[in-house]
Design a binder for this molecule. Structure first.
Ligand code: FAD
Ligand code: DHB
Length: 392
């Protein structure tokens, strides 16, 4: 089998890359180890940055997002029993879209298949070879279990944190940077209308909580829990009463609606970066190259931005015979990656209760939150990063 660009992974990064390449007239094949249903159901992120939403629209994938998603002009920071709104358009001229990763993936798969694109589901990549040559190959196990080979000009590994792409770079060229946090998020989906119009990020001495949403009738909520927590330890009643305690306002003027919980999962919290994001004809994009803790809602957005850059580099390579975009990819992407790493780390440190924190540390968090509430440039800095920095 032969194609121009072999893409490993049908997450948002791999699928969006394949779609953008198609619009540029560049062929690709996507190898995905899971089945289509699994890819379309996996619950993950929900916030799309201003610029990424624009890119989805420009590529013809904005219609359902604009009809069924929500435009959000702010978030609430809740601490010490009070709420403080961060107004995005006022502070930055930008907004975000609340549009689930599952929906982006569904639209991308449907569109690729309508456009005649090749996504091989249940096809697990097992090895990447010859990336220092002009004819790299990806070995994969086809759905029947037979070994097959995909030959190509370039390989892009969009195969997430546990894929084979990153480990295919020679050890001696790679540097990795890692931080593991002593807590995780317990995420739920519930059939209950959201109790708020905008997302609430709550800092509480019992731990962080986040109220998000998926539709007029479905809420998405998260609770900080200790690392290594098992969902079995969290009954529905325990989850709702813990959420209510962490979101409580001092004046009692807000009530959390409850309803049947349809999904429960644990997300570990980690920061991780691999450098470089390219070796020879192998490129890394999205979670394959970097992980952020989810507090700043950056994981999905970073993945989409990586492939926007890569798609433009590949377009230039094939339309103009110019590899400058591809050659600059790793350095350019890493500038944004490190900015998002810092923002995600900072939001996480600001909002969570670290089990090792001293009373001094807690006062530091509280003081900075009060500063954001009182000082426009501090609020603007948060809003700039949250809505996505166009210049990085
Ligand atoms: P992925 O979405 O991980 O896609 C990688 C794909 O590659 C998968 O489909 C996988 O099956 C496939 N694959 C792996 N290995 C192979 C192989 N050998 N051969 C073929 N296919 C392979 N971000 C937020 O901003 N907010 C959140 O709330 C949030 N929650 C998350 C919850 C969880 C449990 C996880 C894991 C991540 C979460 N994230 C969140 C992060 C965000 O969802 C990711 O950053 C985003 O999915 C990255 O997209 P990606 O395409 O790079 O990788
Ligand atoms: C969601 C996830 C996030 O990590 C976040 O910061 C905001 C919203 C969500 O899943 O809706």
């Amino acid at each position: 089998m032969r194609t121009t660009v072999a893409i490993i992974g049908a997450g948002p990064a791999g699928l969006f890359l394949s779609h953008l390449l198609h619009l540029h007239g560049v062929d690709s094949v996507v190898l995905e180890r899971r089945d289509r249903d699994y890819c379309e159901r996996r619950q993950r992120a929900g916030v799309v940055e201003h610029g990424v939403a624009e890119a989805l629209r420009e590529s013809g994938l904005g219609r359902r997002m604009d009809r069924e998603g929500f435009r959000h002009d702010g978030i609430e920071l809740r601490f010490d029993g009070r709420g403080h709104r961060i107004d995005f358009p006022d502070l930055t001229g930008r907004h975000v879209m609340i549009w689930a990763q599952t929906e982006i993936v569904k639209d991308l798969i449907a569109r690729r298949l309508t456009d005649g694109g090749q996504i091989l589901f249940e096809a697990e990549a097992t090895a990447v070879e010859g990336v220092e040559s002009e004819r790299p190959r990806v070995r994969f196990a086809s759905p029947g279990g037979d070994e097959d080979v995909l030959e190509c000009d370039y390989v892009v590994a969009c195969d997430g944190f546990h894929g084979i792409g990153r480990t295919s770079l020679p050890e001696e060229v790679v540097s990795t940077y890692d931080k593991v946090y002593p807590f995780a998020w317990l995420g739920i989906l519930a059939d209950v209308p959201p109790s708020c119009d905008e997302l609430i990020y709550a800092r509480h001495e019992r731990g962080f909580a986040l109220h998000s949403m998926r539709s007029e009738t479905v809420s998405r909520l998260y609770l900080q829990v200790p690392a290594e927590t098992d969902t079995a330890a969290w009954s529905d009643d325990r989850i709702w009463s813990e959420l209510a305690a962490r979101f409580e306002l001092a004046d009692g003027a807000w009530k959390l609606g409850t309803g049947p919980i349809t999904d429960k999962s644990i997300t570990p919290m980690r920061s991780f970066v691999t450098e470089p994001m390219r070796h020879g004809r192998l490129f890394l994009a999205g979670d394959a190259a970097h992980i952020v803790p989810p507090t700043g809602a950056k994981g999905l957005n970073l993945a989409m931005r990586d492939v926007m850059l890569l798609a433009e580099g590949l377009r230039r390579r094939y339309a103009e015979g110019d590899t400058a975009g591809l050659d600059a990819y790793s350095d350019t992407a890493l500038r944004r990656v490190w900015r998002a790493e810092h923002f995600s780390y900072w939001m996480t440190s600001l909002m969570h209760t670290d089990p090792a924190a001293t009373p001094f540390d807690n006062r530091m968090q509280q003081s900075y939150l009060e500063h954001i509430a009182a000082c426009r440039p501090a609020a603007a800095q948060l809003a700039e990063n949250y809505t996505g920095l166009p210049e990085v």
